[in-house]
Write a protein that binds this ligand. Structure first.
Ligand code: ATP
Length: 425
């Protein structure tokens, strides 16, 4: 089977790395990819939103299966684009259509979906310029901290959490005034959920589903979860507090009603569902859905899968996921993301990287890297994700950190405390 993975991050390197191990994999392509994907696949210099060029590459390279990594092409309708073209409509694809992608692309859509399907989530009110006064009244009624969310995609920056009511009122007005462009024409005010966060991943063909290993990620730049939010600074799988009793509740109260709800709404959802959850005293509440795998969570989830992921992905795309059996390794996986100096603020690209030819334990996945004149250069804010495997968190972290000691570039930065909160539980 010839496969195309769309995307350029650590998530896509981890997907390509796992797919390449399948005996069913013939030619593997990543568009546009990075220096790491170039080592396991052939990179195609095509942007993730250039549907025409991606479609042409699929025909030219005789690709059978397309895996869409990031959310943007899904929200922009890559599945619909393929479905509308006679020569592309039979190509297998993992990734929902534009309506399904609204579960991530519109927080108002996903909140209504959860409420309609009795899926536990924070109470909320959706505010537009028309009902601003209702929104300001709602802020007075709910307890601090106040959670404000831009409805649309805002590159992970569209959520404001503050304990200051004046700041919350001002932020609400600013957002509705266009702080995040069209993405904040609608704003959700949500009740604050007090608990511990984790992410659950599901692969579904719309009827059957398989629950992949869960993970916990570390969003903030600073140790002790301080400072600004990032795309993710590390991840751990499994998560100790996601025990069998909790995961059974997640399945019964969240996963099954979500898949049933998609069916009831006539949404033909083929793809990954990433469910951001809050564990509140052992009860799951949904914070958000994403319609793709997480990054850096994929870098701990894929190494824990024993069975043939390409077989599962192809079966999902064909609507035959019920024939597949997922096998998970008992090991713990940790990943530590190394970032460029200045990230998540402004940072420079093009720094020369050294030590990548080292014989690593675990796997060093590339995120923002590129090859130029035989050298590997930094090419993004999040540069690498060093994944370690072990019998427990400590031994996995040992590998993650040991690998990073062999790698250098000017301004390299990473958190030293990934997983420490789980060790302290
Ligand atoms: P992401 O980058 O994770 O996709 P997003 O912009 O889609 O983020 P959310 O995931 O909805 O936004 O929220 C971002 C983060 O804010 C959550 O991971 C969580 O830590 C926090 N958060 C969101 N909603 C709540 C809530 N109701 N109560 C407490 N914390 C919340």
């Amino acid at each position: 089977m010839n496969v195309l993975v769309i995307g350029a991050g650590g998530r896509e390197h981890a997907l390509a790395w796992k797919i390449k191990q399948s005996p069913k994999c013939n030619d593997l392509y990543v568009a546009p990819g990075n220096a790491g994907t170039a080592a396991v696949a052939q990179n195609l210099t095509i942007g993730v939103n250039d549907f025409e060029a991606l479609g042409q590459a699929v025909l030219d390279k005789d690709i059978d299966l397309v895996i869409v990594g990031p959310e943007e092409p899904l929200v922009k309708g890559i599945r619909n684009y393929f479905a509308a073209k006679d020569e592309l409509k039979n190509i297998l694809m993992v990734g929902p259509d534009q309506v399904g992608a609204q579960l991530e692309g519109s927080k108002d859509f996903s909140k209504e979906f959860m409420v309609r399907n009795q899926i536990p989530t924070a109470g909320s009110l959706t505010v537009t310029a028309e009902n601003l006064s209702e929104g300001l009244d709602f802020l007075k009624k709910v307890e601090a901290p106040y959670v404000l969310k831009a409805d649309g995609l805002a590159a992970g920056k569209g959520v404001i959490i503050t304990s200051d009511i004046k700041e919350a009122e001002a932020s609400l007005k600013e957002m509705l005034d266009g702080q995040f462009g069209a993405a904040s024409q609608k704003v959700l005010i949500e009740e604050y959920l007090h608990g511990i966060e984790l992410s659950v991943f599901v692969l579904t063909d719309g009827k059957s589903y398989m629950t992949l290993p869960e993970a916990k990620d570390y969003k903030r730049i600073g140790e002790g979860d301080t400072g600004p939010n990032t795309g993710g600074m590390g991840a751990v799988s499994p998560v100790s507090f996601a025990d069998d009793a909790f995961m059974k509740k997640v399945e019964d109260q969240v996963i099954k009603p979500t898949v049933d709800g998609l069916n009831k709404d006539g949404i033909d959802f083929i793809g990954f569902l990433f469910i951001g959850l809050m564990n509140i005293k052992g009860e799951p509440f949904v914070i958000e859905y994403n319609v793709r795998m997480g990054d850096p969570e994929t870098e701990v989830v894929m190494p824990r899968i024993q069975s043939d992921m390409l077989s599962h992905l192809a079966a999902a795309a064909k609507g035959e996921l019920d024939k597949e059996q997922l096998e998970i390794k008992p090991e713990t996986a940790t990943t530590v993301v190394a970032v460029a100096e200045g990230y998540p603020g402004s940072y420079e690209k093009g720094r020369v990287m050294k030590g990548l030819d080292h014989d690593f334990k675990g796997i060093v996945f590339h995120a923002g890297t590129a090859v130029s004149d035989g050298q590997i250069l930094t090419n993004g804010g999040r540069v690498l994700a060093s994944t370690g495997l072990g019998s427990d968190i400590q031994s996995a972290l040992g590998q993650s950190y040991e690998n990073l000691q062999s790698i250098q570039w000017e301004g390299m930065n990473f958190r030293k405390d990934i997983g420490q909160d789980l060790l302290a539980l």
